[in-house]
Design a protein around this ligand. Structure first.
Ligand code: OAD
Length: 252
């Protein structure tokens, strides 16, 4: 018996455009920490101390060394079956847009070709003074000096911090994807951070079928069509298998 409702599968099989909204839970099985789970990053430190421009200026070595560790974790990780299956959706649906809150580039590495990075990415770094791309912000937690650009400015990761606005281009693309899709699949997000959390609601308001895959219910569970409980790296491959079987049946 399928874990997925017949209505979801029907809508998916006839969809022209699917938008996949992902959060940290999509990368959890690659060994990348989530934020709000009991062992998540925000259970150990507060976002106000690490993920804001004020925190960075107050203590650049602390913020740079925390991001150095996250960059190392991401570069040492591999896409998991969730990322691979999201990329495989492109073989089965005419248009797929991946809107991700993740900054780890794992969707790109898995082969997704249309990825909107709402919160930027961890791999690129730039100087807050001259804006030039910098090679690294690697710094030791015990360093006495922060990593600097050749111009002397501080180097920061190309992520969106709390209190900063999202890239207009990325947000416009995400709104377009949410308002035009036939099906929206939200994977591994607590849906607690705006404006990302408003996207599935926007999709629903525009008539899209909205489903979430998560290990637990979330802030939007009672506002969308269905919640499928389970791990992203299990559910997405199951979904792709069902879609492949269905398209083989259709072809005979
Ligand atoms: P959260 O840490 O808030 O939520 C992670 C979600 O993933 C939770 O709902 C978990 O239940 C779920 N989860 C964990 N493991 C899973 C698995 N294996 N399979 C499926 N679901 C799983 O992360 P986000 O929603 O991504 O922003 O958080 C949004 C933003 O808050 C992040 O982009 C980041 C953070 O502060 C910035 O840094 C700007």
């Amino acid at each position: 018996m399928s874990l997925f409702t017949p209505e979801f599968l029907d809508r998916l099989f006839s969809a022209d455009h699917v938008t996949v909204l992902t959060g940290a839970g999509a990368s959890a099985e690659s060994g990348i920490a989530t934020f709000r789970d009991p062992d998540g990053l925000w259970s150990k430190s507060s976002p106000a101390e690490l993920a804001s421009y004020d925190a960075f200026v107050r203590n650049p070595v602390r913020v740079q060394s925390w991001y150095s560790a996250r960059i190392r974790a991401v570069l040492g990780a591999d896409p998991n079956p969730c990322h691979v299956s999201v990329a495989a959706l492109e073989e089965l649906v005419p248009t797929v847009t991946v809107v991700t809150q993740n900054v780890d580039r794992l969707h790109h590495r898995a082969g997704s070709t249309n990825v909107v990075e709402l919160h930027g990415n961890l791999i690129d770094t730039y100087c807050v003074t001259c804006g030039e791309t910098c090679t690294t912000l690697e710094v030791d937690p015990d360093a006495s000096e922060p990593a600097k650009c050749v111009c002397g400015g501080l180097v920061r990761p190309a992520v969106v911090w709390f209190g900063e606005t999202l890239s207009r281009t990325a947000f416009d693309a995400a709104v377009m994807a949410a308002s035009r899709c036939d099906v929206c699949i939200c994977i591994g997000t607590s849906a607690e951070v705006q404006p990302a959390a408003s996207l599935p609601i926007l999709a629903s308001d525009h008539g899209s079928y909205v489903v979430e895959f998560n290990v637990r219910e979330t802030a939007i569970s009672d506002r969308i069509d269905a919640t499928v409980l389970g791990r992203a790296g299990t559910l997405m491959p199951l979904l792709i298998n069902e879609m492949r079987e269905q398209s083989n049946v259709g072809a005979h």
